[in-house]
Design a protein around this ligand. Structure first.
Ligand SMILES: Nc1ncnc2c1ncn2[C@@H]1O[C@H](COP(=O)(O)OP(=O)(O)OP(=O)(O)O)[C@@H](O)[C@H]1O
Ligand SMILES: [Mg+2]
Length: 299
């Protein structure tokens, strides 16, 4: 922590309040998760959210923004992203135009002119630092950036300030709530991990997934939601290439509802497995398992 900005925000009164507010925007969390968000806010620390695909990492940041009325600023990371796309860059085209228009002007005058605010292209990190209003900064899929860019992130996240040689240092007016997400495609640096609170999101329990389905699929019955959650859970216990994620559970539940299905039998499950599983070998394995389970499905 540095003395920059207005310090930790204290946006939430308690862990229970975080959980309730998350629920009010449709994100169902347990106290563990809510506790990390609460602490992040109190300590002014970023949260590193890690876990398999489709377990609600991105959605968590969006939901925290929605529930606290903060603006969500998202930096979508990818291989090759650099400072000019993460922080800022100068608008060369506009600068060139200005140089052409002002042909008679001396260089120093011109220089001062073209390295000023109207020629600056603000990227998400700078945007978050400069924001006047409350902000949630989502640095999504941070494991995809190169080490050098990770160092840049680290710098910004430790000082909450950015220095632009031509303009000076811009210090954050407030410490944004920051979420970094990772699918763990590569190990992040110790330095970055040390800076963050760590949150591991895994597949939910049957009960929580049932609640998520009920919250996210309007019109679904308790019975169908329960069945969906239990079948998905049993598929996750199989040895598959890619287990179904919460997104896929929701897709499946919506499809069953659209098809007017009230209760899932083996045939329905097998004919709609492609919504849950994306590899042919997984579909075959699951299909065989469902056939074996047979009557249990309708229990
Ligand atoms: N706790 C939850 N409460 C409500 N909905 C949830 C919850 N967790 C996940 N979801 C739903 O699951 C879907 C997938 O979530 P999200 O896109 O955040 O996954 P992710 O972890 O970011 O995945 P990826 O690693 O592929 O980016 C979203 O539609 C989200 O609404
Ligand atoms: Mg995501």
């Amino acid at each position: 922590m540095t003395s920059n900005g207005s310090g930790p925000a204290g946006r939430f009164a308690s862990v229970a309040e975080v959980r309730q507010q998350l629920a009010s925007v449709g994100y169902l969390a347990d106290d563990g998760l809510a506790g990390v968000v609460y602490l992040a806010d109190r300590l002014g620390k970023p949260v590193l959210v890690e876990g398999p695909a489709g377990t609600g990492k991105t959605e968590l940041a969006k939901s925290v923004a929605a529930m606290s009325g903060a603006r969500l600023i998202r930096l979508q990371c990818y291989e090759g992203i650099d400072e000019s796309k993460a922080l800022y860059e100068w608008d060369y085209k506009k600068q060139l135009l200005r140089i052409q228009v002002e042909q008679g002007a001396g260089w120093s005058e011109l220089e001062e002119n073209i390295f000023s605010e109207p020629f600056l292209l603000t990227r998400p990190l700078l945007e978050a630092i400069r924001a006047e209003e409350p902000v949630v900064l989502l640095i999504d899929e941070v494991d995809r950036v190169e080490i050098e860019t990770e160092a840049l992130l680290l710098e910004v996240l430790s000082d909450y300030q950015v220095s632009i040689p031509e303009l000076g240092t811009i210090v954050a007016k407030q410490i944004p709530l920051v979420f970094l997400t990772s699918n763990n495609t590569r190990e992040l640096s110790e330095a970055l991990k040390r800076r963050c609170l760590f949150l591991h999101l895994d597949y939910p329990s049957v009960e929580r997934e049932r609640q998520i389905v009920l919250a996210k699929v309007p019109g679904i019955t308790e019975q169908l939601a329960d069945q969906v959650a239990r079948i998905v859970r049993s598929l996750r216990s199989l040895d598959l290439k890619k287990h179904p994620s919460i997104s896929e559970t929701l897709d499946w539940a919506r499809t069953l509802l659209l098809l007017g299905i009230e209760s899932v039998d083996v045939e329905t499950a097998r004919s709609t497995l492609h919504l849950l599983l994306k590899y042919r070998s997984d579909i075959e394995a699951a299909s065989a398992e469902l056939a074996k389970a047979g009557t249990e499905l309708s229990a």
